[in-house]
Design a protein around this ligand. Structure first.
Ligand code: ADP
Ligand code: ASP
Ligand code: MG
Length: 404
């Protein structure tokens, strides 16, 4: 007998037939004698609709009220999934984040889980009840509903698996595993049977939406065994494992892209000590994450500072910079949301030179201009015009010999 957390993403619960299918899968695991807890996302498209309503009412919406709105998607699917399980004769009960409680910090819209009180759930699971937990949501120190950032149900599932000391956390989605790149963009992408926590973490953080970054971070820290698999087929999935469990290590594990960032350029700032701090400290204080940064040196004593922020943070970024205009002393701000970040990831880069060179050469051969570059120990990222996303990903996938 094992204790398993089964998480189902938006497409897996997109309509009533799919919710019935989810209930069947959960029942099959329980019938094997396993203790099962379920975590569900909102129905596919539901969260986008809720976010859109908030943004249409006010681009600078109050994050507490945003959470009140967007957390509702998961409430619906948790209740429906519990009903579907009951229809199959199972003892099932839905749980909202606040009921468990999933305690988070106060960062509304992108809260972090601090702790989960699992005793009650464990007690009920031992008696054969199946908890169906609304993913994505928790309760903050202000006693209000919080959400965990887009894709946050993955993190709910891993955190629950850690709290329940589960043997496995199975993430059911619309692809049957983690591929060398998004299989929707490159049909010839290869499914990986195993991927290291580190590579998965890096791929997720640069845009591979298959797992939320924090879920991988947490799985790595809490030693949760995570498996990514399809809710529509019985194909074996991808296990996320420690580095020593991977026998043959490729130099490049995968390629990811993100269209979620926007480019911001602060023009003609005085080129003197303290200017970077004048720009980035107020942004940090406003909890705006800055990703890639370049500074263009200039001859006339001024410089341009270019960086990227999440597209959803763009209105607030502009507001913060305008407020700090005196302090920074810039001439103008320009922004470009039509950009994409393309990243190549692999732990093999630590010991192999030339990965970045291959990337630049490949993009140059296609006439794709690189706007910003950033690197880490196991990753190279470039920012390009969004229209080149598919072309760049496909060309790189071939260049690194990842095609199936
Ligand atoms: P869910 O709603 O189940 O959470 P997501 O849309 O969040 O599903 O994540 C699954 C999607 O991630 C896939 O449909 C696929 O398009 C995308 N994806 C991006 N990169 C990868 C990758 N390397 N391997 C597999 N899927 C990927
Ligand atoms: N429903 C939320 C979202 O779309 C959380 C999730 O699906 O993981 O971001
Ligand atoms: Mg997801």
């Amino acid at each position: 007998m094992a204790r398993i957390v089964m998480k189902f993403g938006g497409t897996s619960v997109a309509d009533l037939d799919r919710i019935r299918n989810v209930a069947q899968r959960v029942k099959a695991e329980a019938d094997k004698g396993n203790e099962v807890a379920v975590v569900v996302s909102a129905m596919s498209g539901a969260t986008n609709q809720l976010v859109d309503w908030c943004q249409k009412l006010s681009p600078l919406f109050d994050a507490r009220e945003y959470d009140t709105v967007v957390a509702t998607g998961e409430q619906v699917t948790a209740g429906l999934t519990a009903i579907a399980l009951q229809n199959l004769g199972m003892d099932a009960r839905s749980w909202m984040g606040w009921q468990i409680a999933v305690e988070t910090d106060g960062q509304h819209g992108k809260a972090r889980i601090n702790s989960i009180e699992a005793e009650e759930l464990v007690e009920r699971m031992k008696q054969g009840q199946i908890p169906v937990v609304a993913g994505f949501q928790g309760i903050g120190p202000d006693n209000r509903v919080t959400t965990l950032g887009r894709g946050g149900s993955d993190t709910s599932a891993v955190a629950l698996a850690a709290a329940l000391k589960a043997d496995r956390c199975d993430i059911y989605t619309d692809v049957d595993g983690v591929y060398t790149t998004d299989p929707r963009i490159v049909p010839g992408a290869r499914k990986l049977t195993k991927i290291t926590y580190e590579e998965m973490l890096e791929l997720a953080s640069v845009g591979a939406k298959v797992l939320q970054t924090r879920s991988v971070e947490l799985a790595m820290k809490e030693h949760v065994r995570v498996q990514v698999l399809s809710s529509f087929t019985d194909a074996p999935g991808t296990m996320v494992v420690d580095e020593d469990e991977v026998v043959e290590q490729e130099i490049v594990a995968g390629i990811a892209y993100s269209r979620d960032e926007a480019k911001v350029t602060v023009r003609r700032v005085p080129d003197r000590p303290g200017v970077a701090a004048a720009i980035f400290v107020p942004l940090a204080e406003a909890h705006i994450n800055v990703d890639m940064i370049v500074q263009n040196v200039s001859a006339d004593g001024t410089t341009d500072m270019t960086f990227t922020v999440g597209k959803t943070d763009l209105p607030r970024t502009i507001a913060v910079l305008e407020q700090a205009r005196q302090e920074i002393g810039y001439a103008e701000i320009s922004t470009d949301p039509n950009v994409a970040k393309i990243s190549v990831v692999g732990v093999g880069m630590r010991s192999h030179a030339g990965v970045a060179g291959t990337m630049f050469r490949t993009l140059a051969a296609r006439g794709i201009n690189i706007l910003v570059i950033s690197t880490s120990e196991i990753k190279v990222s470039v920012l390009v015009a969004a229209e080149y996303t598919e072309l760049a990903v496909r060309a790189l996938h071939t260049a690194y010999e990842l095609d199936a």
